[in-house]
Design a protein around this ligand. Structure first.
Ligand SMILES: NC(=O)c1ccc[n+]([C@@H]2O[C@H](COP(=O)([O-])OP(=O)(O)OC[C@H]3O[C@@H](n4cnc5c(N)ncnc54)[C@H](OP(=O)(O)O)[C@@H]3O)[C@@H](O)[C@H]2O)c1
Length: 428
């Protein structure tokens, strides 16, 4: 007869150690110290130079330390990783899982890069790795993928995943302020870092898309394989043209699984103004999932912030703790596919040109488009601009990105082109 491991009494709280006492860690500790109905007990808080972090509201029996090893060697059953980044967070998570401790983390970089390997390590050690707070902080989309939607076969996930980009784009939309002014405002309000490149150029969103693809589409993809386009080229005038088409502009991250190919990209896109994406304002997040049986489901809420993210972390803790009390420690095994990643979506396109006015512009552009078998849907030109720098728009019928790019390259060499054309997919 195999030996049955001793179970802790169901009424005993699960011991948890917190590593990283920053914006989210502090908010998690507050909830754990104030209210978890006796299910969880905070035993350790680990942070470098912890003396300056100590708080009077933390019970005196909580051990403060700056030593990861003390946490790994302790009797804590769950380790919460909230320091962020790949290192030393990765080493900490591996050491905790190897020691048989479950881990809860909000670290999207770590899961995007090492998620499949860490999930396998958790399984091998009979413990759990939960990362529900790593995407769309306060929106419970990842737990929904794990529970409420796991009976469906999801084939598509699309989202507004970066609050900074959405804040900037919805500010330009509301008051037609220049891009630089909207960015400065986002920085002044603390929504954007001094170096906002990760947000603006799509790096943050594509890491989140990888995590969603892992959890919802069971696809192992690398963030580097997902094409990302910047929002820096968006002008106020693009919102005028988008409005003429019944649309607005949002940074959209999307992944569609078709056979063994994952079509995925991140970047500014035209979306109908009346659609769920078009209506998302400020720094909110929205995720839409598409399933074979259940159809579309939408999740909307605060994407970031200490308190909303802490709620997601504590919810994960309670989920793991309930499993521990019930004696079921094993993580469900899910087969992960390794699809080819492509950004070659077939879609209608919005092309915005800045040109020096002269005869023959439309004819010049049209002949290049026709040589590449690309069909024009509409030509839009707003009055009131100087002839020396004139914006106008061509929309195209659906075609593949790979078909369009050579034509764009040729167009950028035309003598009247003042800037490279802005090229956005139109999502209907
Ligand atoms: N903030 C949000 O709204 C949000 C939303 C979703 C997900 N997340 C994720 O949550 C995690 C934490 O984010 P946060 O905003 O709370 O970050 P944060 O405010 O920078 O907090 C990180 C904490 O970890 C400590 N730390 C960093 N490196 C350490 C090390 N090597 N050893 C010990 N302690 C270390 C820092 O100490 P110091 O004080 O000395 O720097 C700080 O107290 C990240 O993975 C982030 O991506 C955050």
């Amino acid at each position: 007869m195999p030996e049955i491991p001793p179970q802790k009494p169901p009424e005993a709280p699960t011991r948890v150690a917190l590593v990283g006492f920053g914006t989210v860690g502090r908010a998690v500790a507050k909830i754990l110290c104030q209210h978890t109905d006796g299910l969880l007990r905070l035993t350790h808080i680990c942070n470098r130079n912890f003396e300056r972090k100590k708080q009077s509201w933390v019970p005196s029996d909580v051990v403060w330390t700056d030593d990861f090893q003390q946490v790994i060697g302790s009797d804590a059953e769950i380790v919460i990783e909230l320091i962020g980044g790949l290192s030393p967070a990765g080493q900490l998570v591996r050491a905790a899982l190897s020691a048989g401790k479950s881990v809860v983390t909000a670290n999207k970089q770590l899961i995007a890069r090492h998620g499949p390997e860490l999930l396998a390590l958790a399984r091998a050690n009979g413990c759990q790795l939960e990362y529900g707070a790593s995407v769309a902080g306060g929106v419970p989309v990842l737990p929904a993928l794990r529970t409420g939607l796991c009976g469906d076969r999801l084939h598509g996930i699309a989202g507004i995943l970066n609050g900074t980009c959405n804040y900037i784009l919805s500010r330009i939309e509301a008051d037609r302020v220049p891009f630089s002014e909207a960015l400065e405002e986002a920085q002044a309000r603390g929504y954007a870092e001094a170096d906002a490149s990760e947000d603006l150029d799509g790096g943050d969103a594509r890491a989140k898309l990888c995590v969603l693809a892992l959890a919802g589409l069971h696809a192992r993809v690398s963030a580097d394989d997902i094409h990302a386009r910047t929002i820096r080229a968006i002008d106020a005038v693009d919102f005028d043209y988008a409005a003429e088409l019944g649309c607005t502009i949002r940074q959209i991250s999307r992944a569609d699984l078709k056979g063994s190919t994952l079509f995925a990209d991140v970047g500014p896109s035209l979306v109908p103004a009346s659609s769920p994406f078009g209506r998302v304002q400020r720094n909110l997040n929205l995720v839409l999932t598409s399933g074979q049986y259940g159809g579309d489901v939408a999740f909307l809420g605060a994407g970031a912030g200490g308190d909303p993210t802490a709620v997601a972390v504590v919810s994960d803790l309670m989920f793991v703790a309930e499993g521990l009390s019930g004696g079921s420690r094993a993580q469900r095994t899910t087969h992960l596919a390794s699809p080819v990643v492509s950004s070659d979506f077939e879609t209608p396109w919005y092309l915005r040109f800045w040109v020096k006015d002269q005869p023959g512009i439309i004819a010049g552009l049209a002949s290049i488009l026709s040589a590449h078998q690309l069909n024009i849907d509409a030509v839009l030109q707003k009055p009131g601009f100087e002839k020396s720098a004139l914006p106008f728009v061509i929309t195209l019928e659906p075609c593949r990105d790979s078909q369009l790019q050579p034509a764009l390259h040729e167009m950028s060499g035309l003598p009247f082109a003042l800037r490279q054309a802005l090229c956005l997919p139109i999502l209907r």
